[in-house]
Design a protein around this ligand. Structure first.
Ligand SMILES: Nc1ccn([C@@H]2O[C@H](COP(=O)(O)O)[C@@H](O)[C@H]2O)c(=O)n1
Ligand SMILES: C[C@@]1(CO)OP(=O)(O)OP(=O)(O)OC[C@H]1O
Length: 155
């Protein structure tokens, strides 16, 4: 059994969609990135890669590579899960937290869990997504961006 941890941050920008956990969330700002900037899926991918000690998302999907411009992070997650499978690993469970002052995410949590579980070929009960604010403190509290943490167990 191996444990993995992932963390990512993306800043808010105008004229971008807000994609979290593969779900488009209505909000006045989106997140800036080379890909679709899905900060939650990026943290999940880094936790899985961390558990295998096979590098990180920057190594597998460099932000200098035109192939990943506007990339659907859920598609990248599927590739990470293919790598895990190729190396003989199975996911035990994934737990994650999105840190966002706004928007409220509770109505989208189930859809995010479902998207992540489907991409990984696991049951939704193996994927937890939580949301919290930082009580208006720090960069998330100032509405400058969103961060996400994820941990996982693989076997
Ligand atoms: N962007 C967010 C942040 C929080 N939630 C939900 O609200 C609960 C209370 O959040 P606090 O930061 O005030 O502790 C939290 O447990 C989430 O259920 C949310 O939906 N979206
Ligand atoms: C997945 C990638 C691909 O460009 O997405 P980005 O939007 O650049 O996001 P970041 O978390 O800064 O780096 C990871 C990249 O590998």
């Amino acid at each position: 059994m191996r444990i993995g941890h992932g963390y990512d941050v993306h800043k808010f920008a105008e004229n971008r969609k807000l994609i979290l956990g593969g779900t488009e969330i209505p909000y006045e700002f989106g997140l800036l990135g080379h890909s679709d900037a899905d900060v939650l899926v990026h943290a999940v991918m880094d936790s899985l890669l961390g558990a295998t000690a096979l590098g990180d998302i920057g190594k597998h999907f460099p932000d200098t590579d035109e192939r990943y411009k506007g990339a659907d992070s859920i598609a990248l997650l599927k590739e990470v899960c293919r790598i895990l499978d190729e190396n003989g690993y199975k996911i035990g469970n994934i737990d994650s937290t999105v840190i966002a002052q706004k928007p409220k995410l509770k109505d989208y949590i189930y859809a995010m869990r479902e998207n992540i579980a489907n991409a990984c070929g696991i049951d939704i009960s193996q994927v937890s997504v939580k949301a919290t604010t930082e009580e208006k403190l720090g960069f998330t509290g100032r509405l400058e961006g969103i961060s996400a943490h994820a941990v996982c167990i693989i076997e």
